[in-house]
Design a protein around this ligand. Structure first.
Ligand SMILES: Cc1cc2nc3c(=O)[nH]c(=O)nc-3n(C[C@H](O)[C@H](O)[C@H](O)COP(=O)(O)OP(=O)(O)OC[C@H]3O[C@@H](n4cnc5c(N)ncnc54)[C@H](O)[C@@H]3O)c2cc1C
Length: 504
C-alpha cells in the first residue's frame, strides 16, 4: 500500500501538489473546510451572477500545461483559455492611459504617441529580458529552494550581475523610461508582491516581461472554473477531496506528523501532512505549540505581510463592451513612498488606486443577457494597521463607486442589481488569512528564497507547507512551481514504494 498523504485545504497549491503526488502513486486525500474548492479563487454566485473572488490574471500558461502533462493529462481537456488584448489598460493620475499589450509592434506604436524615444527604450528593455528569463526563471523561480550557501555558484552569480539585482524595481524602470507613468505602469505588480516599486528588487521586472511575452489569459467560466478543473484533474488521478471538512489540528507524535484531528473529533491517520491553509493562520491555529519549530508568535510579528484588499463584487444591469477586461487606475498617491504609504499601511480615503475586472465581455455566462459582473479591488492595510471597518465600510464603498467613473464606469450605483463587499476582516474571517494579508509574506530580500519558510516544516518531520508563504512566492504561477518542489521533497523523504506506516 502506498503512503497516505493528508492535505489541509483545497486551494490551488493543495490541489496541484495532490495531483503530482497522486500521479507518483501516493494515496492522497484533501480535507477542505469550505463547501467548494479553490480557496481564495473559489468564487461565488448571487442568483444569475457569478463572481471570481481572488485571482483574475492568468500568467504563463505553460506552467499549467506542465503541471497537467507531468501527471499524464492535457490541461486543455480541462480548461479553455482566451488570450486578452490588451493585457491591461492603465489609467494615470493625469488622465492619460496606456494599454499594455503583448502585440509588441502595436504596443510600440502606442508608446510613440507618449514620447518618440519610448519605442526604442522598450525594445532595449524587452531584448534584455529574454536573457533575464533564461538566467532568472530556471535557477531561481522554477526550481526547489536551496540552502543559502548553495546559491553561491560563481557561474550563476556572474550571469545575474549584469541585471543589477540590488537595484529597486523603480530605479530599474527609470533607467529605461524617464517618464514616471511608464515606471509605474510596468512596476505596479510590486503591490501584489506586497511592496512599493521603490522597495522591491528589480529581479521582479521578470514578472512584467512574462506578461508581455506569454500574455494574460482568462479561463472560460472564470477562475472558479479553473479551481473546479484542478479538482476534476486531481480526482481523475485518484485524489479524494472531502468538502465541508474543517481540520482542528495537525497531529504530531514523536516529532513526526501522524495525521489530522478533524473539527468533528474524528482522527485521520497519515504518513505525511501537507498544509495548504494560510501559513500564519495555520501556525497559530492548526499546529500544536510544541511543533511550531522556529515559527513562534514573535517570529510572525517580525515578518512583513502584504496588504489586504477591499473588494466590491457588483452584478449590474448593463455591459461595458467598450472597456477592457483588466483596468487599473493609478492615482497620484502611487508615487508616495514614505514608509507607511509604501506598504499600504494607510487607508487612502482621498484618491485610492484600484483595479476593475470586466469579465463579461469575454465570458458572457457570468451574468444574464445584457448584464455584467464587475470585480473591484482596492489595496488596503492589513489588520496590523487597524481600520474601524464597522464605520468605514459604507463610506469607503461610496468612495470607490465614485472612483469607478475614472475608469469609465459612470453612474455605476444606478446599475447595481446585486453586490457583495469584502474588507480585510472578511479575508481573515471567511478565508482564514493571517491579518487579512491576501498576498502573504512580502517578497523583500529578507523574505525571499531560503529566507522564506521552507516547504519542509522545521518543527516536525513529514509535515510540509504549500502556498504563498513558501519559495518562490504568492501568485498562482509561483504556487504551481512550489507544488512541483513539494512533490520532489516528499518523494525524497517518503519514497512512494514505502509501505504505509498507518497500514503496517
Ligand atoms: C483579491 C486577490 C487577487 C488575486 N489576484 C491574483 C491574480 O490575478 N493572479 C495570481 O496569480 N494570483 C492572484 N492572487 C493570489 C492567489 O489567489 C493566491 O496566491 C492563491 O489563491 C493562494 O493559493 P493557496 O494554494 O495558497 O491557497 P488558498 O487559496 O489560501 O487556499 C487555502 C485553502 O485552505 C482551506 N483551509 C483553511 N483552513 C482550513 C482548515 N482548518 N481545514 C481545512 N481547510 C482549511 C481554505 O478554505 C482554502 O480553501 C490573488 C489573491 C487575492 C486574494
Amino acid at each position: 500500500m502506498s503512503a497516505q498523504i493528508a492535505v489541509v485545504g483545497a486551494g490551488p497549491g493543495g490541489m496541484a501538489t495532490a495531483m503530482r503526488l497522486a500521479a507518483q502513486g501516493y494515496n492522497v486525500t484533501i480535507y477542505e473546510a469550505a463547501a467548494r474548492v479553490g480557496g481564495r479563487m473559489r468564487g461565488f454566485e448571487r442568483g444569475p451572477y457569478a463572481f471570481d473572488t481572488g485571482p483574475t490574471i492568468l500568467q504563463v500558461p505553460h506552467v499549467y500545461e506542465a503541471l497537467f502533462a507531468d501527471c499524464g493529462l492535457n490541461f486543455y481537456d480541462y480548461v479553455k483559455l482566451t488570450r486578452l488584448d490588451p493585457n491591461t489598460r492603465i489609467k494615470f493620475w493625469d488622465g492619460t492611459h496606456l494599454d499594455l499589450r503583448s502585440d509588441t509592434a502595436a504596443f510600440k506604436r502606442d508608446l510613440a504617441a507618449f514620447s518618440p524615444e519610448l519605442p526604442a527604450a522598450f525594445e532595449r528593455w524587452y531584448v534584455e529580458h529574454f536573457r533575464k528569463e533564461e538566467v532568472g526563471y530556471g535557477p531561481y523561480l522554477g526550481t526547489p529552494v536551496r540552502a543559502p550557501l548553495a546559491y553561491l555558484k560563481p557561474a550563476e552569480i556572474a550571469a545575474a550581475l549584469p541585471f543589477r539585482p540590488w537595484e529597486s524595481l523603480y530605479d530599474h524602470f527609470k533607467g529605461f523610461f524617464p517618464d514616471e507613468r511608464l515606471v509605474y505602469a510596468f512596476g505596479y505588480q510590486a503591490k501584489y508582491l506586497g511592496m512599493h516599486p521603490t522597495a522591491c528588487s528589480s529581479v521582479f521586472s521578470l514578472v512584467t516581461f512574462l506578461e508581455f511575452e506569454y500574455g494574460i489569459w482568462h479561463p472560460e467560466g472564470g477562475f472558479r472554473a479553473l479551481a473546479q478543473a484542478l479538482a476534476r484533474a486531481a480526482e481523475t488521478l485518484g485524489v479524494r477531496i472531502e468538502l465541508n471538512r474543517p481540520v482542528r489540528q495537525v497531529l504530531v507524535e514523536r516529532g513526526r506528523a501522524s495525521g489530522l484531528l478533524m473539527e468533528d473529533g474524528e482522527r485521520i491517520d497519515a504518513d505525511a501532512v501537507i498544509v495548504n491553509a494560510d501559513f500564519g493562520y495555520a501556525l497559530q491555529n492548526l499546529l500544536p505549540p510544541k511543533a511550531r519549530g522556529s515559527y513562534s508568535d514573535g517570529w510572525l510579528k517580525r515578518k512583513e505581510f502584504s496588504c489586504s484588499t477591499f473588494m466590491l463584487y457588483l452584478g449590474v444591469d448593463r455591459r461595458w463592451d467598450d472597456l477592457p477586461h483588466h483596468q487599473l487606475y493609478l492615482s497620484e498617491h502611487i508615487r508616495r513612498h514614505d514608509p507607511l504609504w509604501a506598504k499600504s499601511a494607510v487607508l487612502d480615503e482621498e484618491d485610492p488606486s484600484f483595479y476593475v475586472c470586466n469579465p463579461t465581455i469575454v465570458d458572457p455566462n457570468t451574468a444574464p443577457a445584457g448584464h455584467s459582473t464587475l470585480f473591484v479591488l482596492v489595496p488596503i492595510p492589513n489588520l496590523r494597521y487597524p481600520v474601524d471597518w464597522a464605520t468605514k465600510k459604507d463610506p469607503y464603498r461610496q468612495l470607490i463607486l465614485r472612483q469607478m467613473a475614472k475608469l469609465g464606469y459612470e453612474d455605476i450605483e444606478r446599475h447595481i442589481v446585486t453586490e457583495h463587499c469584502y474588507t480585510a476582516e472578511t479575508w481573515r474571517d471567511e478565508h482564514h488569512t493571517y491579518e487579512g494579508s491576501v498576498f502573504n509574506l512580502i517578497h523583500s530580500w529578507q523574505q525571499l528564497g531560503p529566507l522564506r519558510p521552507h516547504i519542509r516544516h522545521n518543527g516536525a518531520r513529514n509535515l510540509y507547507w504549500i502556498g504563498g508563504a513558501v519559495h518562490p512566492g504568492s501568485g498562482l504561477m509561483t504556487i504551481l512551481e512550489a507544488a512541483r518542489s513539494a512533490a520532489i521533497f516528499i518523494q525524497e523523504d517518503l519514497p512512494s514504494y514505502q509501505h504505509s506506516a498507518v497500514a503496517s
